[in-house]
Design a protein around this ligand. Structure first.
Ligand SMILES: [Zn+2]
Length: 153
């Protein structure tokens, strides 16, 4: 696998290397006869390169329809942000200890939350509850680091 030629585009949602097949069954929602995509290489929310092909869970590659492939990207962001939040709460050594990054993470999770709330009825990959909880925890983390205000509403 060469990772030399993947685009270094600033918008992390568009950076995945999408492998595309014209028609098949979506591995997430089970839709039949839809265009399928597989995201294999790209950048995560923190602009870290990921390579799903070398990941253990990708020994059995999954194929997703277009809405599920979008949701898969959101799921990855939610899990990565959650991991960083846990590190922040544990010992503060986290990418989220930068307040600017923390604010960006909050606005990104808000966007994801509005997507899972108003979108399709079934969210196979990303339970809205998981997104809502993460958003609350991020906002609490932000409130906790404000130096002067301790307003708990
Ligand atoms: Zn699907």
């Amino acid at each position: 696998m060469s990772d030399q030629d993947h685009p270094s585009h600033p918008d992390h949602q568009q950076t995945g290397t999408h492998t595309h097949v014209p028609s098949g069954i979506c591995d997430a929602c089970g839709k039949v006869g839809v265009d399928l995509y597989k995201v294999s290489l790209g950048k995560d929310f923190f602009n870290r390169t990921y390579d799903r092909l070398s990941h253990t869970e990708d020994l059995h590659p999954k194929w997703f329809c277009s809405p599920c492939s979008l949701e898969k990207g959101y799921q990855r962001d939610v899990r990565n942000i959650h991991q960083e939040l846990e590190k922040l709460l544990a010992d503060g050594s986290s990418l989220l200890s930068d307040e600017k990054t923390l604010l960006q993470a909050i606005s990104h999770v808000e966007k994801i939350e509005s997507h899972v709330k108003r979108g399709r009825k079934i969210h196979v990959l990303l339970p809205p509850r998981e997104v809502g909880l993460l958003l609350i925890e991020l906002q609490q983390a932000l409130a906790a680091r404000l130096p002067t205000e301790h307003s708990q509403s």
